[in-house]
Design a protein around this ligand. Structure first.
Ligand code: CP
Ligand code: NVA
Length: 299
């Protein structure tokens, strides 16, 4: 049984296979219009979603499959009426695959061990692998020679960054991570475990942006993160603005998984500016979800 839980569960060859398939679907969608015929995807969102919801829903329909949105409370996936494991057993009698977005990564991993239904991680408190694979496609479309690029991440140490680090650990591109000192201190052990010769940590955004091909950020406070008030004050000087973009390479691209908080992690002129690829990122989510669906549903 194939799941899609985290990028670091995969070999480079498998990620390449998913990306190549996504590119083929994007180029020739008609050819794949029956790839998931008679298959049903279930979606469970325990947190809000626009892009992930749309890309899985529309993506699966374009592959000839059908989609059922299942509401956690309605189907009793919250362990109150029956155990989530028992719900999953029943779901496996009706549907072929389930995407789950929740705030409890451990629960997702635990459910995947049951091996009754392919599970796709649609974002947890720990990681957001579908987003980063979509971003990988966007990066490859923007940089022909992907291996030589330098990415700068600026912001929180969150689910999106964790998946980006997983990808970097496989592809070894240059990644400069700028997180506030306090956040680095709080996660030092985990950071240092993931370090390698192309992955560096900075506390000065200007220093880290030098020679960058891509500046990537995300909200300072993620969904389900209760530290809003304490955290926000760590991010002084962490806004992606013209000064920071001008300090990077001339054709630097700006990436953000969205939703964005304008004026916090990024100014509107950058988010809407000519170097921003945020809508390309959003659109690419669909081709990646489609490739992931075909991948996990393949016998
Ligand atoms: N980027 C992303 O996952 O967006 P949603 O939270 O709207 O799905
Ligand atoms: N880090 C963000 C990503 C949203 C797509 C969050 O978890 O809220």
């Amino acid at each position: 049984m194939k799941h899609f839980i985290d990028i670091n569960n995969f070999k480079k060859k498998e990620i390449d296979e998913i990306i190549t398939l996504a590119k083929k679907i994007k180029k020739n969608p008609k050819k794949y219009s029956l790839s998931c015929k008679n298959k049903t995807l279930g979606l469970i969102f325990e947190k809000q979603s626009l892009r992930t919801r749309l890309s899985f829903n529309v993506g699966m329909q374009k592959l000839g499959g059908s989609v059922l949105e299942l509401y956690s409370k309605d189907i009793g996936f919250d362990n109150k009426r029956e155990k989530a494991e028992d719900v999953l057993n029943v779901l496996s009698q009706f549907i072929d695959c389930i995407m789950i977005r929740n705030n409890d990564h451990k629960k997702l991993v635990q459910l995947s061990k049951q091996k009754v239904l392919p599970i796709i991680n649609g974002l947890t408190d720990f990681s957001h692998p579908c987003q980063i694979l979509g971003d990988f496609l966007t990066l490859q479309e923007n940089f022909k020679n992907f291996n030589n690029i330098q990415i700068m991440w600026i912001g929180d140490y969150n689910n999106v960054l964790r998946s980006l680090i997983h990808l970097q650990n496989i592809y070894n591109f240059k990644l400069n991570i700028v997180v506030p000192r306090q956040i680095f201190k709080n996660n030092k052990k985990e950071f240092l475990k993931l370090k390698n010769k192309n992955l560096s940590y900075f506390s000065d955004p200007i220093l880290a942006s030098k020679n960058s091909h891509c500046i990537m950020t995300d909200v300072w406070v993620s969904m389900g993160d209760k530290n809003t008030n304490t955290k926000i004050k760590y991010f002084k000087n962490f806004t992606v603005n013209k000064k920071l973009m001008d300090n990077a390479l001339k054709n630097v691209i700006f990436m953000h998984c969205l939703p964005a908080k304008r004026g916090q992690e990024v100014t509107s002129d950058i988010l809407d500016g000519k170097n921003s690829v945020v809508l390309q990122q959003a659109k690419n989510r669909m081709y990646i979800q489609q490739a992931i669906l075909i991948y996990v549903l393949k016998k």
